[in-house]
Design a protein around this ligand. Structure first.
Ligand code: NAP
Length: 294
């Protein structure tokens, strides 16, 4: 995959996701043949945020392609928290549904936490309920959150064994940064982890010593080449829309790492798009299949 000695290898998230999805589709076919159970995922979207609409559409499509049942619930922006919690409780007891996904962010008048924590932990295939987050932290069996789980798969796929290595995570959100740091520091993964955020005076002091950098800030250009140790693995989680009149959609997607300068120093790097994104959806399918097996 490397083109010359100064260009990082691309960590191809689409290829890894395609392999894993083939495995998941055979798991679905086997489950159907042996038990008659078709894994079912309910995808709930409130409002019409364009990024959320496109994520939800991709998730539903991936679900059907894997042979799963996908129940799409699209609700108007005016939906109340009470109505949404009631819907979640109905899905909790629907036997055709094994996984429930409520697309975030929700409109401002609805509490994300109230809705997410209404999901039965056994159907929380996003791994976002407080119960599942707690289980993940203490190392109990649970659904791992999809993006962090996908990031671990990508690091493994890059060929880097992080055991005993230094991993720097930039960003401490509940859905990416914190769980990635927690998973990387698990004994079976065994990285030494530094978690950076806006309170870190000099992020480059840490990244220059890192064997792996995971950047999840939602800010393009957070990580540039001269912040890296040569040969480091870079996992770019960011998805940012940059206006670009030359593109049919009027924008292009970039990550949080400056791809050009980072790929001159890194040993391997995920592209945006085509890196972390395909893995997030894949790990959702993985968790839904696991939920249907129980
Ligand atoms: P978020 O909730 O906005 O959190 C961003 C974090 O980055 C915060 O902890 C913030 O620090 C930190 N931060 C911001 N600027 C920084 C800087 N210059 N230096 C150091 N830390 C900085 O974002 P998120 O939900 O984690 O998402 C991050 C990015 O990943 C977004 O672009 C999002 O679209 C993308 N994403 C992609 C996927 C996927 O499947 N590909 C999934 C989820 C998210 P403070 O806490 O101090 O404010």
């Amino acid at each position: 995959m490397a083109t010359d000695s100064n260009t990082a290898r691309l960590i191809d998230g689409r290829a890894l996701a395609a392999n894993l999805r083939t495995e998941i589709a055979s798991g679905v076919a086997k489950l159907k043949a042996e038990t008659g159970v078709t894994p079912g995922l309910a995808v709930v979207l409130v409002g019409e945020n364009p990024a959320s609409v496109s994520y939800v559409t991709a998730k539903e499509k991936a679900c059907r392609e894997a042979g799963m049942y996908s129940k799409e619930v699209r609700l108007p922006e005016s939906t109340t928290e009470e109505e949404l919690v009631r819907l979640v409780r109905e899905l909790n007891v629907d036997p055709s549904i094994h996984g429930i996904l409520v697309q975030l962010p929700l409109p401002k008048h609805i509490s994300d936490k109230a809705v997410i924590d209404a999901i039965e932990p056994a159907k929380d295939v996003d791994g976002f309920t407080t119960v599942n987050v707690g289980r993940m932290l203490v190392g109990e069996s649970c659904y791992l959150p999809c993006t962090p789980h996908g990031i671990l798969k990508l690091i493994e796929f890059s060929g880097m064994d992080v055991n005993g290595r230094h991993a720097v995570v930039i960003g401490r959100s509940n859905i990416v940064g914190k769980p990635v740091a927690a998973l990387l520091s698990r004994k079976e993964v065994n990285a030494t982890v530094t978690l950076c955020h806006t309170g870190t005076p000099d992020v480059s002091r840490f990244t220059r010593d890192a064997d792996v950098v995971v950047v999840a800030t939602g800010r393009p250009g957070t990580l540039v080449g001269d912040m890296l140790k040569p040969g480091a693995v870079v996992i770019d989680v960011g998805v940012n829309r940059i206006p670009d009149p030359s593109r049919p959609r009027g924008y292009r997607l970039v990550g949080d790492a400056d791809f050009e300068s980072c790929s001159r120093v890194a040993g391997a790097i995920t592209p945006v798009p085509g890196g972390v994104g395909p893995l997030t959806i894949t790990m959702l399918l993985w968790n839904t299949l696991e939920a249907a097996k129980k």
